[in-house]
Design a protein around this ligand. Structure first.
Ligand code: WQD
Length: 353
């Protein structure tokens, strides 16, 4: 079976390879899963990553999963000359998926200038180089955080942008404006902006997943480390929100579903004119305690937790109206919460081996 699979992958690579796609941040959590789905769809992928929040062995694991080793350039997107050289080396790059960014909300409050420089200048460098090298499309990794606490739920792409709660969230808003203004200036660029909700889960092979540095800030990594015993108990940040059980409600989406959404977006980015924005979520909202219960039921583990005060900057409820992505990208999330919990747990256990 594996041999057939490998032959099939070789076949795709040798004879049916579609366009070359550059993926910045391609050894990261969402990036690595997206590289695999691009390869499964026959694209040739070049990864740029500075490995500041990931490791080079992710490239090996991508090859194990897809059967195809992507090109990898260790490079910081702040390095304009280095980026220019990569575009010159890999001629004919059709489009870019830009994941590379600093993304820790709390850290961005402590180090705003690091976030503004890294997240804004990296994007500016790419946008400046695209016309020079004939790169037509860019898919930008944005976030539902631009909506703040939406006035109406589920939240559509028409919802107003709210004042960002953190420098991280502000960089996403400013990046979206930079892209809009660049395309409006007449640059030969088509842009797709994908606003992610809460990506969780891991690849079913347990070869790819989320490897947070230090103490996890996000719910699922902290929860899995509690289940394993690395953390004593989960802190539930607030149970006095205006939600069914008082804890925060979010739209959790499997990282593989999110990755597949990027393949659909790339197909549109190389053809559709102008700027298009899509929410990538499931349309379902789950509370923190819903997640704890689902994880315990899916994996037969117990998650000790304690209720703590609200976390600064948190909103009560946010979940997507995913209709536009379904209608225009032909994409919708497939995996349910049980599958997200099972895949997260399998990966966490693999990492601890
Ligand atoms: C989810 C819920 C917390 C940890 C952030 C960014 C967003 C994106 C995803 C980058 C909330 C609660 C959490 C914990 C808890 N990041 N929680 N105990 O804040 O919705 O979104 O990460 O792209 O841009 O804003 O995700 O996982 O941190 O929190 O109770 O130890 O879990 O209060 O209700 P969030 P999260």
């Amino acid at each position: 079976h594996l041999c057939d699979r490998r032959q099939r992958q070789m076949c795709i690579r040798d004879r049916y390879m579609k366009e070359r796609i550059l993926v910045t941040g391609g050894t990261g959590y969402i990036g690595s899963h997206t590289v695999v789905e691009l390869q499964n769809s026959g694209y040739e992928v070049i990864i740029i990553d500075n490995l500041s929040n990931s490791s080079a062995d992710v490239v090996d694991n991508i090859e194990k999963v897809s059967g195809i080793r992507p090109a990898f350039e260790k490079l910081d997107c702040l390095d304009f000359a280095g980026l220019d050289a990569v575009f010159a080396k890999y001629k004919g790059i059709k489009a870019i998926i830009h994941f590379a960014a600093s993304k820790a909300v709390g850290e961005s409050v402590e180090k705003p200038l690091l976030y503004y420089r890294n997240n804004l200048v990296s994007l500016i460098n790419l946008l400046e180089l695209m016309p020079k090298h004939g790169v037509e499309g860019i898919v930008f990794s944005s976030s539902c955080t631009v909506y703040g606490q939406p006035d109406e739920l589920p939240v559509t792409e028409k919802a107003p942008i709210k004042k960002a709660e953190s420098p991280y969230g502000n960089t996403k808003q400013i990046n979206e404006e930079i892209i809009r203004d660049t395309v409006a200036s007449g640059a030969p660029i088509n842009a797709i902006m994908l606003r992610y909700f809460n990506p969780i889960g891991a690849h079913p092979t347990a070869l790819l997943g989320e490897l947070p540095n230090g103490v996890p800030q996000n719910l699922i990594p902290y929860l899995t480390q509690t289940a394993i015993g690395i953390r004593e108990k989960l802190s539930v940040f607030g149970d006095d929100y205006d939600t069914p059980d008082g804890t925060g409600v979010r739209d959790y989406i499997h990282v593989v579903d999110l990755a597949k959404g990027h393949v659909n977006a790339i197909q549109k980015a190389v053809s559709a004119e102008g700027v298009n924005i899509y929410n990538l979520g499931t349309g379902n909202g789950y509370s923190v305690l819903d997640i704890v219960k689902a994880f315990e039921a899916a994996n037969g583990v117990k998650i000790p937790y304690t209720i703590k005060p609200r976390r600064a900057g948190d909103i009560a409820t946010c979940y997507a109206d995913p209709k536009k992505a379904k209608e225009e990208l032909g994409w919708e999330a497939q995996y349910d919460l049980k599958r997200m919990c099972e895949d997260s747990w399998r990966y966490a256990q693999m990492c601890e081996k």
